[in-house]
Design a protein around this ligand. Sequence first.
Ligand SMILES: [Zn+2]
Length: 430
Amino acid sequence: MVVVHRARFVLSPGAAAVTDGAVAVAGGRILSVGSADEVLASVGPGAVVHEWDGALTPGLVNAHTHLQYSDMAAVGLAAHAGFEAWMSAFMELYPVPRDWGASAAAGAALALRSGTTTVAEIVTDAAAGSAVHDAGLHGIAFWEVLGWTERAWDERGERTVRAQLAALPATPAIGLSPHAIYSLDTAVIRDLARLSAELGVRQHIHAAESAWEDAYVRSGTGDLAERWRANGRGEFALLRDGGVGTGVIRYLDDLGALNPSTHLAHGIYVDAADRALLRARGVSVALCPRSNAVIGLDAPPVAAYLREGNAIAVGTDSLSSSPSLSPWHDVAALHDIARAQGYAADDLHARLFAAATIGGAHALGMDADTGALRPGARADLAVFPVSASTARDALAELVEAGPDEASLTVVGGRERWTRTPGHDRSSAGV
Ligand SMILES: [Zn+2]
């Protein structure tokens, strides 16, 4: 069966906007995209046509989230004075017994409502491991690895992580998330890069999220270094040896962790040399500006990333550090940050729209399949309400003040979310 979604505007990164456009879908794939007249003529009679009053776009890609923390929203709705303060608030709630599977499922439902079709999901507790799969979302479930010293890792680390990975559902895809440079020993980060290559899975790492990571790596100093020493983690090589004399990004590169099958989250505290290295290694960065603000961190250097041509994507992070799972809200924050940082070019709307769609797909290694509306791609799309009367204004409206909720979310050709079915849509055979 052919289904045609017709909308006031059809917007896709890298393509001309279409007013009164349509997308034809069959067998979970996009058949055609264009003006409604052309698409309807090409599919012939018998197609089911849904008409939408809004802007139809590729499904959004949330390139960094932890859906399992969706019922820790009390932490994300507060304001924190910095990473340590946020971490204390988080750790106060984390051990409270809860159903991580249900929490992750609730987050997955919110992601679909926001128009998201693909996620980079970090799974810390096994009970949350099937939520992406169960909700019908695309993306990657990255198994989070943290807390290993080299000594413990040598005894049982790789065996443990291989078993944990094997327990996750194989679809949509699995990956490895070495948590961060301060929660894993140096040799473990190196070994995980080797293991991910061997298993053919992608990596996703929190990096340069906090200003103190630099001193921690460079010289094994700073507040966290002192805290770890006091808590018996002084055997981490960086602390034992007094650092490696480089910053976070160079350190990860020296460990073999930076390559096109890895993407980073946050990337706030990076300089021009770091950004050049990320470009040279083909590493995307998922920017999560609202999470950064809630935690009390600085804004990411989005203007520099854009000017210098880095590959960027957009992540909401989790509800434990962000008020919602709507990527549009982070896009709006990035828009304001980029302007405040002096990015004046008029391609800002288009580039941030691209970051939240094809840029996210690229970060996950899925840009051949999703992130743009084109014949043959997976039918991942969403419709958003807009009040603008031109396509150009509709894009500006979405980027600067995108809605909480989509009117429709379709993943792989299947409707996974529809707002008030029958209210703002009409169906008719042609
Ligand atoms: Zn995170």
